[in-house]
Structure formats: C-alpha cells, structure tokens
Write a protein that binds this ligand. Sequence first.
Ligand code: BDR
Ligand code: CA
Length: 310
Amino acid sequence: MKKVILDVDTGIDDAIAIILALGCNDINVLGITTVSGNIHVDRATLNTKRLLKFLNREDINVYKGLSKPIKRELVDASHIHGKSGLAGQLEDIEVDEYVDDDALKFIEEQILLNPNEITIIATGPQTNIARLLEMKPKLAKMIKSMMVMGGAISVKGNCTPVAEFNISTDPEAVFEVIHAGIEDYTLVSLDVTQKALLKKEDLTLIKNDSIRNFIDDLTKNYMDRYYKIHGRYACPMHDPLVILQFIDNDILTLEKQYVTVETNSEYSDGMTICDFDNHWDKKPNVKITTDIDEKLFKDKFFEIINQVKI
Ligand code: BDR
Ligand code: CA
C-alpha cells in the first residue's frame, strides 16, 4: 500500500479527488490535512469531515491546517465552488465538532515515522507544507514524493492571465516548497488538467446511485458555468487528475525541468516559469506535465470511482 497524506482545500474537485483516493485499494490515506484556498480552512475542514461521513470513512482523521497564505490575505474561490465550497451539498450531515487543529504536527510526525515512504498529494495552496519546511527544512529529504495540482506552464492562467488559482493564492508558499530540495516533485498543471474533463453524459457510468447523485449535484453549477464558456456540459477534474496520475503514471507525460514562481510583480505574481532552454543553468527541480492520455484518464476515473463502497 502506498502511504499518502492528502492536503486539501475541499471544494468541488477536491471532494472528487478524495473519493478517488479512498476508492483505490493500493492507497493508504494516513490522514487528510486542510488549508484555506477555495474556502476558509474552517469550512474546508467541515466539508472534509462531512464527506468522510457520507463515504462511511470516519476512520480517516482530518487535521486542520493554516488559515491564511504565508504573506497575503486569502482570496477564495467561492464564486466557483459556492459559498459552502461544496456547491451547497452535504449540508445536512452532522459531524462531531472536535477538530484537531495541528496539521503541521501530524505531517511532521508521519514523515518521521515513515521516512521516504510518504507521498504528499496537495490539491490546494501549499501553505501548510511551506510553513512546515520553513521550520523543519530537513524533512524535505524525507518526503518520498510530492504531487501537486497547480500552475500554468505553457497555457494561460485561470485566476490571473498568467496564474493558476492554487499557486496564485499563495505564491510564496510554492516558492518555498519547490526550492526546498524535495527529490520527486510533480506539478500537475492546467496544461493537462483542463483536458481531464468529466462530461455530463458520462455520469451514467458511475454505478453507485449515492455517489452518482452526489457528483451530479456537486458539479451542476460548475458544468453550467463551463457550458456558458465552452458550449458543452462538462467540467475539468483538476484535483482528481493528480490522484489518478498517482495511481497510474501512464496518464500524464512528464518532463523534469527547472521551475520557479513569480512572487514580486504587480501583473505576474503566481506565474509558474519553466526554464525549458536552460538559460539559467539551474538543476531541474520539478516534474512538469506536458500531455495527457485522455482515454486512459477517463477509463481510470470510472474504474476507481466504481470501486468506492458506501
Ligand atoms: C484548482 O483551483 C481550485 O479551485 C480547484 O480545487 C483546483 O485545486 C484549479 O485551478
Ligand atoms: Ca483544490
């Protein structure tokens, strides 16, 4: 079993990513940590706990992380994920009020207990990991791998003309993490996640009624929005793609490159810059994602989601 910590800002696609991670028999989710991003961390934590209850997986612990980006105020994405972060879904699920609010301690303890065995999968801003590595830099070499949804390498941004949301929310955090010396760090960027589409008509491939109905309701507004822009009912599975790539690394084409992030510019903060031609003569630090096998993505998505038992 591959040991994983999920670090999430539970909005619509994070929720689907969590479902997939729990559906995969080869993944051992050690715990889920939360962070402010799509919505405030308090809400992300509540959403995660409600989702786990819905999935009958309250055996998995949720640890609340940081509420604010390293140097900036939070600008959330409630205009996309809804005020609740989950498009108003799961509101009637009651969960126990207790929240462990030391996500950083949990991550540190797990890394020390399982040196070079844990993959951190981050589908929100990287604030938690950045703070932890700032305090405990030696941990970077003890993380087996890190896989992150974030960035726009050769495509335009979705939050500013050049920046993707997770990076744009906390660029200082990303800067810290990608330069911290983690040996195996993959950035699953908009270049590929925008092509990982969940289409309305494909929802019928989900066999479990509760899960199909939940995902249908969860993605309704998200798909309507996509329809208005692109003329088809679908939505990009940004965060789920990271989980699926972790499960089957043939889905994406990777290239190891030197990548950095802009943190000090009025117009291009949060831009992920890849030195393809090695102008800066720096050692590659990030596996970027250049292409996607869309059919394999779709096959894996439905294979794994149909393994989920609730
Ligand atoms: C990313 O931003 C968030 O809104 C999504 O959950 C995803 O992690 C896509 O840019
Ligand atoms: Ca997310």
